[in-house]
Design a protein around this ligand. Structure first.
Ligand code: HEC
Ligand SMILES: [Cu+2]
Length: 417
């Protein structure tokens, strides 16, 4: 109790707690406090849109730093110079008060206007530049539609039409060509969400029944973290996505694979093939625990690239065929499209035609490994609170999966490269 006996010690404890809390928050955001680097750093950015926005931030910072130094020094000077030195000082009458000095007042107004103008010029410039694709980039711009659902993202590529199926559709991973302006139409199907890839561009809201858009450009091939930035319900905090920027050749290859129908795996006698390598998900995984391995965290771009290739040596065609049948009998197909394999699904749920080629599942929450897939489909409710797959599918359809079912479904989903 002695520790908080006086008000000033209490104040010291409160300050220490606040400082610790702030540090914990910063590390929670996975931003390095000293280098300002991190998956979602707005200080360590790529591409002209994010750079223009960062420039405005720095201009504002410098101007306010100068103001802080001037006001701070005057304040410090006054505090030291006019402090009470003796007991008599402390009880003395206040000195005669001044009543305005036109020169100082006009000077301060002038200085404030100047500071605002210095900030306003680059701000207005950046607003104009970041609003829409600039004229010189229009000809080569790439168009994408992004639609937000509680709690995942759908990406449509209007320029990549598939005969009889409309535009190419993917979920939660937006693949874009590097060095080209990307114009993204933003839509929402239920509530207001917000589209934010901190390293590439500032956030823009996705509003039901109201078209919105933004543009961005990646200059370096890579893997960028995105996040819904407008509170949208139970799983808002884990409504994420990724942007993967690829060079022209890789991008074309990706489009070719994605526009093809779901992969077929030739049937071979089950006895010749390796057994499933896992029975179920790890029961010691906690709710919402981070879903990726240290290797993936270290180089997710390589992880994503490795995920594109089918791993024919470790596939079990009989198990895959079993999984494909289960996908139908367990009613998964009533929500999810697997183009070319079965008729069903609707645009309102993640397209799974090439789910095996994604690096993450459940909207960027879990790394797409066999174990995490097993974890997701056996207990979606334990991973993502309120998710619609569980609430509107598993509960009403009474979907129950045995460990064998899970192994077969995982083998099937993994084969969909
Ligand atoms: C009621 C519709 C519905 C049913 C039935 C359903 N799902 Fe889903 N599924 C969803 C929704 C919605 C999501 C997105 C959840 C989220 O991320 O919030 C999803 C996500 C997924 C994902 C992750 C996709 C990604 O890229 O993030 C996989 C894999 C999946 N479901 C597999 C299955 C399997 C296997 C079954 C059958 C056992 C099934 N689903 C049944 C609606 C459904
Ligand atoms: Cu959201």
């Amino acid at each position: 109790m002695r520790l908080i006996s006086s008000p000033s010690t209490l104040a010291r404890w409160v300050r220490a707690a606040l400082a610790l809390g702030g540090l914990a928050l910063l590390t929670g955001c996975d931003l390095n406090f000293w280098t300002m680097k991190g998956h979602q750093s707005t200080i360590d950015v790529d591409g002209p849109v994010a750079k223009a926005q960062l420039h405005v931030f720095y201009v504002t910072c410098w101007v306010t730093l100068v103001i802080f130094l001037i006001v701070g020094s005057v304040l410090a000077y006054a505090i030291l110079k006019f402090r009470a030195r003796t007991d008599a000082d402390e009880h003395a009458e206040p000195p005669e008060q001044g009543h305005g000095n036109p020169l100082i007042e006009l000077g301060l107004i002038g200085a404030s206007v100047l500071a605002l103008v210095i900030i306003a010029i680059p701000t207005i410039e950046a607003i104009g530049y970041t609003y829409d694709v600039p004229a010189e980039d229009k000809a080569t711009a790439f168009e994408v539609n992004a639609t937000a659902y509680q709690w995942w993202f759908k990406f449509e590529y209007p320029s990549e039409q598939i005969a009889g199926a409309g535009p190419l559709v993917a979920a939660n991973e937006l693949v874009i060509p590097v060095g080209r302006a990307v114009h993204i139409n933003l839509r929402a199907m239920d509530v207001i969400h917000s589209f934010w890839v901190p390293k590439l561009a500032g956030k823009v809201d996705m509003i039901p029944n109201r078209g919105n858009f933004l543009w961005l450009k990646a200059e370096t091939p890579g893997y960028y973290w995105g996040q819904c930035a407008e509170y949208c319900g139970d799983s808002h905090a884990v409504m994420r996505f990724r942007v993967i920027a690829l060079g022209p050749r890789d991008f074309n290859e990706w489009v070719n694979r994605q526009t093809a129908p779901a992969r077929e795996v030739a049937k071979v006698a089950a006895a010749d093939q390796p057994k499933a390598q896992f029975a179920s998900y790890r029961s010691d995984w906690k709710r919402n625990e981070k879903g990726w391995s240290p290797e993936f965290e270290l180089n997710p771009f390589q992880g994503w690239q490795a995920q594109q290739e089918p791993d024919a040596n470790h596939e079990n065609p009989a198990l895959i065929a079993q999984g494909r049948a289960l996908f139908q009998s367990k009613t998964c197909f009533s929500c999810h499209v697997i183009r070319g394999h079965m008729v069903g699904g609707s645009g309102a749920y993640p397209d799974l035609t090439h789910v095996g080629a994604r690096s993450t599942i459940a909207a960027g929450l879990l790394e797409n490994t066999p174990e995490q897939l097993a974890r997701w489909i056996s207990h979606p409710d334990q991973v993502k609170p309120g998710n619609k797959m569980y609430a509107t599918g598993y509960i009403p359809n009474n979907i129950k999966l045995t460990p064998d079912d899970v192994a077969a479904l995982v083998a099937y989903l993994r084969s969909l490269k």
